[in-house]
Design a protein around this ligand. Structure first.
Ligand code: MF3
Ligand code: CO
Length: 263
């Protein structure tokens, strides 16, 4: 069942979303060559708790996957060919030329916010810069379709068409999701699909839209048994951006926008 959020619930989701945006802004200021991904995680957890929230991902258990241990961290930090779910580690060092997807969730007063950005560290090859820019645009184009009266796959198709127009591939086995009092709610939000199909979008639906776009030909992100991190099949880089949004009549309302860029 896809729930419709009341204005009161949306107010609470705005608060959770703002915390996630603050964490990602802070990460954007601090991230640099030589840092470990665990350092980022520690800063993020502190920031979330300072805001009176708790990390959404910490101890998360995926349904129906008993082999996978509960998620052990606050952030997912995924470097280069890692698509998603990179587990922060003191052994993983961020280097010049890397692209780093940082995914963060915060839970406060019963509601989650969830967002991700891909940061470029120093000089990055121009084709990789292009991948990051196009993935961000895929998210914007997806969000532009998240209006009442459209269909769910209008979002998916907008993402897919833009990625393919630039010769990039869409990761198909990882998807966005409904969000609210649970981190993952109905419906799944794929990054590929046909326009004018899927459920009708209604005002008050809350969605986490999260394109994962790869440079090579990989269509899936693969995880080794019992491991969280999922990588492209051909080892080529992949980028990831995510916002939590509310479907509205004329234009979606973004919950996880940073105050600096709001408006
Ligand atoms: N944004 C990702 C998602 O919504 C992050 C989930 S990490 C997990 O699926 F640990 F919570 F699974
Ligand atoms: Co998500």
């Amino acid at each position: 069942m896809i729930t419709i959020k009341s204005e009161r619930e949306i107010e609470l989701m705005r608060a959770s979303g703002a915390i996630v945006a603050a964490v990602l802004d802070m990460i954007g200021e601090k991230i640099r060559d030589g840092m470990t991904t665990l350092e980022l995680d520690t800063m993020a957890e502190e920031c979330i708790r300072d805001h009176g929230a708790v990390p959404s991902f910490l101890h998360y258990r995926p349904k129906g996957e008993p082999d996978v241990p509960p998620y052990p961290a606050t952030l997912c930090v995924s470097l280069n060919e890692e698509v998603v779910h990179g587990v922060p580690s003191s052994k993983k060092i961020i280097r010049e030329g890397d692209i780093v997807s940082v995914d963060c969730g915060a839970f406060k007063e019963g509601y989650h916010g969830d967002a991700a950005r891909t940061y470029m560290i120093g000089d990055v090859p121009s084709e990789v810069m292009k991948l990051v820019a196009v993935t961000r645009e895929c998210l914007e184009r997806g969000i532009a379709q998240a209006v009442a009266g459209n269909r769910l796959h209008d979002i998916s198709a907008a993402v897919e068409e833009h990625a393919r127009a630039h010769g990039f591939s869409v990761i198909e086995n990882m998807v966005g999701h409904g969000i609210g009092s649970e981190l993952h709610e109905e419906p799944p939000v794929p990054n590929y699909g046909r326009r004018k199909t899927g459920v009708r979008l209604r005002e008050g639906m809350a969605l986490a839209i999260e394109p994962m776009i790869a440079m090579g030909r990989s269509r899936n992100a693969v995880a080794r048994n019992g491991e969280w991190v999922a990588v492209t099949e051909d080892g080529k880089p992949s980028a990831h951006f995510e916002h939590t949004i509310i479907v509205r009549k004329d234009r979606a309302e973004i919950m996880t926008l940073s105050p600096a860029s709001a408006g």
